[in-house]
Structures are given as structure tokens and as C-alpha cells.
Design a protein around this ligand. Structure first.
Ligand code: DGL
Length: 283
């Protein structure tokens, strides 16, 4: 279950509370960037669990515990919706997770799968994600539920997150190019025509991955798909910020030192960081 409608009727047609977004680290900033583009007036609170990244190599039990703590932190900021901008969390939370949160919640898996099913022509979809996400088979199950005849090929790409977190994202970076080739060569020869970037860090490697897979293969950005869902959901529920509210404000929280955060975050966002940046402890 990836999302939850409010369990109480919505009486106002506007809601100025912030949107809460979290990820294990900085990868969710790719989703934040998309949200900011779609929602210029919304306030956004972002939490990156940089002190405990990566999640993708951890057990399901640990990922669930961290996800619970991340959500509790965002709820302290009176958010109106929580977005798990993390494929690993989205793939590993329990089925009752969304229902246990007092505000609407969404992950990225369902939305990415819907976008992939809409994009495929040959009916063969690839999934590249963290080891914990691939182990969960969440993308595969969701794709088969949406379209039982679809063929799915999955590959865990454990080195992509550290490469991104360390800023090895330039198109001509030889280490990243070689790593992409090593992981994705079997995927390319398998004949997929759509590749889901099932981890929100991976859009930072989209140029290299896209060049390697070739123009025939459509890349699906899982975080972007979730941001588009959030726009539709908040609009339908009358939960967007009021039209006369000023420009959206950002607050960034991380669980490790903020030293260097702005530099790396600016690479992710492609622009200067605007807003407060603070280190907090969770759990
Ligand atoms: N951005 C996270 C995801 O989407 C990265 C996972 C990790 O921390 O390993 O899966």
C-alpha cells in the first residue's frame, strides 16, 4: 500500500501546513526538486538521514524502524502529508504503515510502476534499485499486479548510492561509467524498453545510464512520479496552500553534520540552497 487518503473529511479548501519529505540521505532531494517545481507556494520540510545512510544494504527490520522514526520527526513539524522519497523505504514498509500515520502518506513504488506500465511498448520493464529494494520484490509485485503479462528484469546496484553521495555524477566520470556498464550490461541485452530508476539517488546518474541503455529505453524517475501524484492528490483533496500565501519556504534537516551539506545538496538541486539547514538527532 503506497498511499493513504485522509480518514477524516477535509473542511477547508486550502492548507498552509508544509509537505514532509524524507530519504535515507540526499537522494530524496531529486524528489524535493520536482516538488518545488510543481508547488512554488508550498512549504517543504526535508529530512535526510545522513547519519545512517545507506538504508539499501540493511535488513527489512532496521529499515522499518528507521522509517518510523523519520516519519515521527516530520510529524513534529505539523506536516500535512508525508512522502517517503526513498525506494528502499517504500519497498520495505509493512502493509499497515500508511494506515498508522495520521496524515496522508505515499512512497514511490506504485507511482513509478504505473508510469512504467504506461510507457512500455514491448511489455518488458527493467528495475534498477538498492539490494534491499530488489530483495523485497516490491516493484516486481506491483508491476505484475498492474499488468500480469508484463516481463520484469531486476538488478541490485549497490554501488550507485555511494557514488552519488560522493558526487561522482559527472557524465564523463570513468568510475561511474564503468560501474553503470558492469551492472546494466545484462539489462541492456535483455531487451527492456523501460527502466525504472527505483532509488531516488539514481536520477543523478540518468545521463550516464540513459547513454548506456540507448535512446530506445525510457527511464522512469520514481521520485518524480511520486511528486506528480502528490500534486494530483493535494489538488483533489483541497489541501494546496492558499493562493495568497507567499512563496514556499524550505527547511532541511539532516542527522549527520551539516558541514558540506549545502555543497552536495546544490549538486543535487542544480541551484543554491534556500532555507534553514540543521542537524537533528532522530530515534
Ligand atoms: N534514496 C534511497 C532509495 O531510494 C537510497 C537508499 C539507500 O540509502 O541505500 O532507495
Amino acid at each position: 500500500m503506497q498511499q493513504k487518503k485522509p480518514s477524516f473529511p477535509c473542511h477547508s479548501s486550502h492548507d498552509n501546513r508544509p509537505i514532509g519529505v524524507f530519504d535515507s540521505g540526499l537522494g530524496g532531494l531529486t524528489t524535493f526538486k520536482e516538488l518545488r517545481r510543481l508547488f512554488p507556494r508550498e512549504d517543504i520540510v526535508y529530512f535526510g538521514d545522513t547519519g545512517r545512510v545507506p538504508y539499501g544494504t540493511k535488513s527489512r527490520e532496521i529499515i522499518r524502524r528507521y522509517a518510523r522514526q523519520d516519519v515521527e520527526f516530520l510529524l513534529q513539524h505539523q506536516v500535512k502529508m508525508v512522502i517517503a522519497a526513498c525506494g528502499t523505504v517504500s519497498a520495505n514498509i509493512s502493509p499497515d504503515f500508511a494506515g498508522s500515520i495520521p496524515v496522508p502518506f505515499t512512497g514511490v513504488v506504485g507511482h513509478a510502476c504505473a508510469a512504467a506500465c504506461a510507457a512500455t511498448r514491448r511489455g518488458h520493464i527493467g528495475v534498477a534499485a538498492t539490494p534491499a529494494t530488489i530483495r523485497s520484490a516490491a516493484y516486481e509485485k506491483e508491476l505484475k499486479a498492474l499488468s500480469p503479462q508484463i516481463k520484469v528484469s531486476s538488478i541490485p546496484c549497490g554501488l550507485f548510492v555511494p557514488l552519488v553521495e560522493n558526487g561522482f555524477i559527472q557524465r564523463d566520470d570513468p568510475i561511474t561509467r564503468l560501474t553503470v556498464e558492469r551492472y546494466l550490461a545484462p539489462m541492456r541485452s535483455s531487451g527492456v524498453d523501460v527502466l525504472i530508476l527505483g532509488c531516488t539517488h539514481y536520477p543523478l546518474l540518468a545521463d550516464i545510464i540513459g547513454e548506456f541503455m540507448g535512446p530506445e529505453v525510457t527511464l522512469i524517475d520514481s521520485g518524480k512520479a511520486a511528486a506528480e501524484y502528490a500534486r494530483q492528490f493535494l489538488t483533489e483533496q483541497g489541501m494546496l496552500a492558499a493562493p495568497d500565501k507567499g512563496p514556499g519556504e524550505n527547511r532541511f534537516f539532516v542527522s549527520d553534520s551539516i558541514e558540506g551539506f549545502s555543497e552536495v545538496a546544490e549538486i543535487f538541486l542544480g541551484e543554491t540552497i534556500r532555507g534553514e539547514v540543521r542537524q537533528v538527532s532522530v530515534g
